[in-house]
Design a binder for this molecule. Structure first.
Ligand SMILES: [Zn+2]
Length: 275
């Protein structure tokens, strides 16, 4: 059997170590995947290591999210000198923008995740045409699961009263979720965790939470929890738990796969916002 080496940086290919069958939704057992940014890692500010350059040099395909998420990647690829094809999983998706920055968190809409799957399938087929049939069948099965998941998100949001469909998260990671499913997200930090919230940003959020009676604030697995705890303490908005925005967890965590992540997030949102 031919095996491809693949480097994945994105939530859909998940973080090692996780259950192989669940992780390789499209590649199945025909692909070896190595992930550079591990469980609970922050791809915005990741600092690549020399070992990462060696992994890139060995890879046949490098799958990236795109939209500026992995700003450190071009230099890493250059220093690796590898011949791997770079595949952008968000190709074909119209980006949301915040000022001049593209919002990279496109996977937070399940419809966009389906585009990622199509791009990954096509890249794998091009890299290993002998396995095309398996890749296409795997992708089709996974796309059907994503359709079911999209329906679950819509059914969950319907349970939340319209006036309570607004929350605070730490950084602007849920713009695509908001646009797709109609829940408003407000965040003190922008589309990258590289920046920090200023005192003025935080004061603005506190005013907004009070004025709009935003019922809940959420922690993120990739962000410092202190900011959200302070906003909660000053406004009385309850901390609704953790949302998984950018990164999956290790196998025993709440969100070891993409589907687990979306399910966890809708459960956290409905628990905090319904009634
Ligand atoms: Zn992010």
């Amino acid at each position: 059997m031919r095996r491809l080496w693949l480097i994945g940086l994105i939530v859909l290919t998940a973080s090692l170590p996780v259950r192989a069958q669940e992780r390789l939704n499209v590649g199945g057992d025909r692909v070896n995947v190595t992930t550079l940014v591990g469980p609970d890692g922050d791809a915005h500010v990741y600092a690549p290591t020399p070992a990462d350059a060696r992994k890139i040099a060995d890879a046949k395909l490098v799958i990236v999210n795109g939209f500026g998420l992995e700003g450190w990647l071009p230099r890493l690829v250059q220093s690796a000198g590898g011949k791997a094809s770079i595949v952008t999983a968000t190709a074909g998706i119209a980006p949301l923008t915040l000022g001049s920055d593209a919002d990279p968190h496109a996977w937070q809409s399940v419809a966009n995740a389906k585009t990622y799957v199509g791009n990954i399938r096509d890249a794998l087929v091009a890299a290993d045409p002998f396995s095309a049939q398996a890749f296409r069948a795997n992708a089709e099965a996974y796309l059907a699961k994503l359709d079911t998941l999209d329906g679950e998100v819509r059914a969950a949001v319907v349970q939340i009263p319209q006036t309570r469909r607004k929350v605070i998260s730490t950084h602007r990671a849920f713009g695509y979720f908001a646009a797709a499913y109609g829940v408003e997200f407000v965040a003190p930090i922008g589309v990258s965790t590289e920046s920090e919230a200023s005192a003025r940003d935080i004061a603005g959020i506190i005013t907004q939470v009070r004025a709009a009676k935003i019922p809940a604030v959420f922690l993120e697995n990739v962000s410092d929890p202190r900011l959200i705890r302070r906003i909660s303490a000053e406004t009385g908005a309850r901390v609704g738990g953790t949302l998984y925005s950018d990164s999956l967890t290790a196998e025993k965590g709440d969100a070891p796969t993409y589907i687990d992540m979306v399910r966890h997030n809708i459960k956290a949102l409905t628990s905090a916002l319904v009634n």
